[in-house]
Design a protein around this ligand. Structure first.
Ligand code: IVH
Length: 698
């Protein structure tokens, strides 16, 4: 393709993809099949790789992240980010209404919105393009987290300008909104963390806040953050009312939650408050109240601000949902890592639209803090979190003869003495090789889609195989035959629902399971490594280790230093990997999996890692070289942690120049301030001792 054609195609692809993204993420409309969409994105990525100079600021390829930011720069807000005065009392809301009425008379309206519980963000747009995404910080200055903000698919990188609008896009403006982690993503993350023995994230808000501050935007992109926009700010202010700004922001492509409502009097505001008191639990994110704003901007100006907050708005916060009920018993669940979690079994009670029968008690410290007795009347609460928790005991209702809860000293299932590791709140059952719930959970971990993908062996079936003594460890899956499986059955009681169901192995089920087991022999090494269930080795860490060490032998031979030399692998993970491979049973287990024919080597072209000296540096290689082929040099760059690019742009670090390199490349590099280096200089970058033709480079 000629350059102008490429440029045209890039523009066309960007506009198309941005349009489909907008339709998908904000209008819930999928106008093309996923694979066609992926093809467009792939084509764009390839063209941009070939012509980085043509990459546009609003290219959707930025959404996948990839930027590493060591420290986020602190920047001043153009307009300070104030907070709202808030109250839990309806009476205060009526008082607020009276104050407003006194100041501006009776001719006004309110806009009511939900108060989203995430972190506030300020987004700056210049000439229609997203230039910066900044956190609230102290209200005056915040962190510039632009690369992370760009991963949010519902935030337009370029404002949708359909020209028929009566309002032109102001050259410079800001929108404010709430960044959040959708509840289902939050639950998913916690499930994964529990699976690898990581401490759970306390609530979606903390999880969102932590995610926005992550240094690797590639990891942020995987977390699927979202953002609702609720304010518009500009020197060049084109709206008369807040309502008009909400409509227009929606047209410009911003994700404005449709939950807002115009109210003409305080009774309508109260009705809005009551409506959302329960309906907010059906939303995909946490909310903690509502925000009431005077609609007209001239009236907002008239009302003005106090030192901290506007006089034209107030937040009504919902009380945390509380109920009281009786603690019937405490059960103790043992997870894959042996951690014991106490769970309160309660007399069923209705709370925020659901019937609650169980609540988490977290750990032994929490039981001690509450001073729980069996039969106590307890208060349970549903806050930002989804799982209800016991907050306190109603001592007025305690039976004086009741007994305090005695935390078990032995595993409730296998009776091994529990241990507590220094600095950790949880007790553990140390019998990781014999304790049935731990073994079953390890099997469940092994079969999951992200691991060996044998999901036809659902939970109940694992239990059945376990109880019949057929499979206690994953390697025994590979000894199963049709004859061993066919006809097995068992009635299983679901503790959660109290219902029982029959699990049985019929012809089709057995075939599906055996096929999936056979297919698991093709599963790539990185998934096998994750499936082994090494503590703290989640799917991403396993991928990094597999890419770096290439096969299990290299990994098993690696010492602590070698392990922490892998990007993103810290001491805690390294130690856990060492402990795992040191164990003779684990070594035998791996041997058996090897004999079964599983993949223990990474299959794609190996990059022999030599060093990380070029980490974070990008190179373009051009011309003919005296001692290396061009491809050899490229391979060296990658082997030493660098990246090879195909085109020169301002972001490029080095142009590695050989003989006969075209003059235009040199000129462009000089213009953009890219450093031009020789073969000799390159060699000295990757080695202290390496010599070319016997002469030692400086
Ligand atoms: S308007 C002058 N609208 O609540 C402040 N804020 O205490 C104008 N929030 O920091 C903010 N949902 O993070 C506004 N619909 C909404 C909101 C909202 C959540 C947060 C926001 C702000 C805090 C105010």
């Amino acid at each position: 393709m000629k350059l102008p054609d490429t440029e045209h195609r890039i523009h066309e692809l960007i506009d198309k993809i941005n349009y489909y993204n907008h339709q998908y993420y904000q209008n819930s409309s999928s106008e093309i099949p996923d694979f066609e969409f992926d093809k467009l994105l792939e084509e764009l990525g390839e063209l941009e790789q070939l012509h980085p100079e043509l990459k546009r600021g609003d290219s959707p390829t930025q959404r996948v992240g990839g930027t590493i930011t060591k420290a986020f720069p602190t920047v001043y807000h153009r307009f300070p980010m104030l907070s709202l005065s808030n109250t839990y009392s309806e009476e205060d809301i009526r008082e607020f209404d009276k104050r407003v009425r006194k100041a501006i008379g009776d001719d006004f309206e309110y806009i009511c919105e939900l108060k989203f519980d995430g972190i506030s963000l300020s987004l700056t747009y210049e000439n229609g393009l997203l230039k910066a995404g900044v956190t609230r910080g102290d209200g005056v200055r915040g962190d510039d987290i632009t690369p992370n903000v760009k991963t949010i698919k519902s935030i337009p990188l370029k404002v949708l300008d359909n020209h028929q609008d009566s309002i032109p896009v102001p050259a410079l403006f800001e929108v404010r909104g709430e960044g959040f982690l959708p509840l289902d993503v939050f639950e998913q993350i916690n499930k994964e963390r529990e699976d690898i023995g990581e401490a759970l994230l306390a609530n979606p808000r903390n999880a969102a806040s932590g995610t926005f501050k992550m240094q690797d935007s590639g990891v942020v992109a995987k977390r699927k953050l979202d953002c609702y926009i609720y304010s518009f700010l500009s020197e060049d202010f084109p709206f008369d009312t807040h309502e008009a700004s909400l409509f227009q922001m929606k047209r410009w492509g911003f994700n404005v939650s449709p939950s807002w409502c115009k109210c003409t009097n305080i009774e309508e505001v109260m009705a809005y408050i009551h409506k959302w008191d329960t309906e907010r639990y059906d939303l995909p994110l946490a909310t903690d109240g509502i925000v009431i704003k005077v609609n007209r901007f001239d009236q907002q100006q008239e009302l003005g601000f106090t030192a901290k907050s506007p006089r034209w708005a107030i937040a009504y916060k919902y009380q945390a949902q509380i109920a009281s009920t009786v603690l019937k018993s405490v059960s103790y669940q043992v997870g894959r890592t042996g951690a014991v979690t106490p769970v309160a079994n309660l007399a069923p009670v209705s709370l925020a639209g659901t019937t609650v029968k169980r609540a988490t008690l977290h750990n032994a410290n929490e039981i001690a803090r509450l001073g729980l007795h069996l039969g106590d009347t307890v208060f349970i609460e549903k806050g930002g979190e989804i799982i209800p928790k016991v907050t306190r005991v109603d001592l007025t209702k305690r039976d004086p003869s009741s007994q305090p809860i005695a935390y078990p000293t032995h595993c409730p299932v296998c009776d091994t003495v529990l241990v507590r590791k220094e600095g950790e709140a949880a007790y553990y059952c140390p019998d990781e090789k014999g304790c049935p719930p731990q073994l079953k959970a390890k099997m469940e971990h092994y079969i999951q889609r992200k691991a060996m993908n044998i999901e036809s062996l659902g939970e109940g079936k694992i239990e059945l195989l376990f109880d019949k003594g057929l499979v206690r460890m994953p390697d025994q899956l590979y000894d199963l035959t049709y004859e061993k499986l066919y006809g097995l059955e068992k009635v299983i009681l679901d503790e959660e629902t109290g219902k029982s169901r029959k699990v049985s192995f019929k012809e089709k089920t057995v075939e599906n399971i055996l096929t999936a087991i056979e297919k698991s022999k093709e599963v790539p090494f990185r998934h096998v490594l994750f499936a082994l269930g090494i503590r703290y080795v989640g799917a991403t860490v396993a991928e990094r280790l597999a890419a770096y060490f290439r096969n299990i032998d290299n990994l098993m031979a690696a010492n602590f230093e070698a392990l922490i030399a892998v990007p993103e692998i810290g001491g805690r993970i390294a130690q856990s990997v060492l402990d795992f491979f040191m164990d003779a049973d684990n070594q035998a287990f791996i041997l058996r999996l090897r004999q079964a024919g599983l993949q223990f080597t990474t299959n794609d072209e190996p990059i022999v890692v030599e060093s990380e000296r070029l980490s974070g540096k990008s190179f373009v290689v051009s011309g003919v070289f005296a001692h290396f082929e061009r491809d050899e040099l490229k391979q060296k760059i990658e082997a030493n942690g660098g990246r090879v690019l195909s085109g020169i742009s301002g972001k490029l670090d080095y142009l590695l120049a050989g003989e006969n390199m075209g003059p235009s490349k040199r000129e462009k590099a000089l213009q953009l301030g890219v450093q031009i280096i020789t073969e000799q200089e390159f060699v000295s970058m990757i080695s202290d001792q390496l010599t070319i033709n016997g002469s030692s480079p400086k």
